[in-house]
Every structure is written in C-alpha cells, then in structure tokens.
Ligand binder design. Structure first.
Ligand code: UDP
Length: 330
C-alpha cells in the first residue's frame, strides 16, 4: 500500500513509518516539522515539509504518489496548553484536519487511519474502559479529537470515507533498536521527565498528587509501547476494505500503572533513584485511566508485545542514554 503519513516525523508517526517499511508498504511523510524531526524519517522515505490543510500541496502529493490510504498523526497534544489556547488547538487539530479530508476526497482517497485518544472519554464512569463508554472530554484537546471522530462518522455514513480511529492510552517507549524515540519540546510526559531526572539532566520530578483514591495514592495510567500502537495501524488495513467502515479501537495494555510504579521502573532501568518531590494534583487529571482493548484483540488480532512496564521503560531509557539531546535539532 502507498501510504501518506501525516505527522510522520513525530513520535508515534515515525514509529509507524518504520513498521510500514518493515511490512513492505511504501510510506510518504507529510509534516510541518513544528513538532516532528527530520532525522526521525528514515533515509529513502520522501519527506514533504508542509501543512496538512494546504490543499494544492496535499492534492499534488496524493496524486504524484498514488496514495491509497492516509494515516493522520499530526496534532498539538499538550492538554494544559489546549486549555490556555483553545482557538489555536481547534484550528490546528480540527479545522486543518477537515482541510486534509477535503483534499483526500478531491483526489478520491477514501481510507484513513486516525490518531485519537482516551482523552475523548473524559472522566470515565467505568474501568477498564471499553469503546462504548460515553465520550465527554474535559479539555479542548480531547474535544478536538472527538470533533474529528464525529466528522469522520458523518463522512463514513455518507459513504465518503472509510476510517479507523485508534484511541491511545499513554504512548511510551522507543524503537527496540534505539534509532528513534520520544523528543517533545517542551517535554511534559512522565516517563521522559523521570528518566531525565534520574540521569541528572533535569530537576527532580514533581509527582502531581499522592492523595488520589488509588492503591498508592498516585494516578493510574495505561502505558502502551509505541511500536505496539504502530502495529495496530497496519493490522487494520484489511478492515478498511469493507464499505462503510467506521471503526473505533482502544489501544492499551490494560495494566494500571501508578506514577510510583513508573519511578520504580525508571530506578530499575537506569540503576539510579529518580529524585522527586510531591506536589499538588494537576488540573484535569482523572485518578485512573486504563483500557479494555479486547475489541482490538478480537477484531485485529492485536496483542501488545510489551505487556508490562519494565521492558517499555527500558526501551525509553536506552533511547535517552544514546541520544542525550534527542534528535538534536531544537
Ligand atoms: N505526572 C507527574 N509528574 C509530571 C508529569 C506527569 O506526576 O511531571 C503524572 C500525571 O499527573 C499523570 C501521569 O504522570 O498521572 C501521566 O502523565 P503524562 O503527562 O505522562 O500523560 P497523560 O496521562 O497526562 O496523558
């Protein structure tokens, strides 16, 4: 399959590009490099630097490359920032996506794999979380992703698009061979911050709240390896051949892991204790989020290869040790 990977220079997108290659597909990357990294795109893969709502550009690439399917990862992802800058988030994550969809329709490209998020559920009423839970996002970022899901539902109902939306839990880890990994600026995610603190590259980690109604008082999340996420995106291809395909899947390991569990895993993988302090809760953090991913297991045969936190954190530590400055382009 000839696949346009929008946001293919970013964290999850770049892992997908490598797996597309490994599976014998032909990826082409479109990325504006606002968050992505040129060096994350493998040699031999065409990187088009531009905006996903640049109709002329996207249409030309779809045509030139005879694209059959689009994977869409490009988004602003910082929840706190989305609360402060809702218009910017809406424009970038929703309006620009509608532009991408319009270009696809204009070129008759009607298969899409979309990055969504468990943040579309808001504060869930049940755990583990299955796809049929009500979606009530509590921040603009989650709302943006839900808005796109709804737009896709509408297009699919009219027979104009076939799609799969993957609702990720906490993407984590790095490629097994250490070639690519997580490099966000600014970094806000727990695992890279904890590793950097352990390695003395950042100040002590602040744990956001130790008074949650959870076994150890810190938040529970579901950390899923980025390559396991990527594999689901390819496993879904045959499903997109069915007319009217409108598919939603949660992707997580289903293992609830606390902030303290992460600190222990980082201690273990680095051989150094993570220096940390305890601070107040971060606004908008639900106490627990973990997946029931049985639908992806059942329908896609998807099984996370990294089923526990230690090997996931170990891949992240390897990446950070080998690349102290990340991709070195910021
Ligand atoms: N967290 C923390 N300190 C930090 C960053 C994150 O205690 O410096 C906690 C956060 O409150 C949440 C978990 O770690 O419970 C995962 O946060 P992250 O930002 O990595 O992902 P999120 O779950 O928000 O998508």
């Amino acid at each position: 399959m000839d696949v346009l990977v929008v946001g293919g220079a970013g964290y999850i997108g770049s892992h997908c590009v490598r797996q597309l290659l490994a599976a014998g597909h032909r990826p082409v990357v479109l990325d504006n490099l606002s968050q992505g990294h040129r060096a994350a795109v493998p040699a031999g893969v065409r990187l088009v630097v531009g905006e996903m709502d640049d109709q002329a550009l996207v249409r030309r690439v779809l045509r030139e490359e005879r694209i059959g399917l689009v994977m869409h990862f490009a988004a602003l992802i910082n929840v706190g920032e989305s609360v402060r800058q809702p218009e910017r988030y809406h424009r970038n994550n929703v309006v620009a996506t509608l532009g991408l969809l319009a270009a696809m329709e204009a070129e008759d490209v009607r298969r899409l794999v979309f990055s969504s998020t468990c943040a579309t559920y808001g504060v869930p009423e049940r755990m583990p979380m299955s796809e049929d839970l009500p979606q009530r996002p509590i921040n603009p970022y989650g709302q943006n992703k839900l808005d796109v899901e709804n737009a896709l539902r509408g297009l699919a109902a009219e027979g104009r698009m076939r799609f799969a939306a993957f609702r990720y839990f906490n993407a984590a880890g790095a490629a097994e061979d250490g070639a690519i990994g997580e490099d966000h600026a600014p970094e806000t995610h727990l695992i890279p911050l904890a590793i950097a603190a352990a390695l003395g590259r950042r100040p002590p980690l602040e744990v956001f709240g130790a008074d949650y109604p959870t076994p150890d008082g810190t938040c529970l999340r579901d950390y899923v390896h980025v390559d396991d996420l990527a594999r689901a995106h390819i496993a879904v291809f045959p499903k997109l051949e069915a007319p009217g395909a409108a598919l939603f899947y949660n992707l997580g390991t289903g293992v609830p892991t606390s902030v303290r569990d992460i600190l222990l895993a980082v201690d273990c993988a680095t051989g150094k204790a993570v220096p940390h302090t305890f601070g107040p809760r971060r606004e908008g953090d639900p106490p627990a989020l973990y997946a029931d991913a049985s639908k992806a297991r059942r329908e896609l045969g998807w099984e996370p290869r990294h089923a526990t936190i230690d090997p996931i954190v170990a891949t992240a530590v390897r990446w950070h040790l080998a690349h102290p400055a990340g991709f070195g382009d910021r």
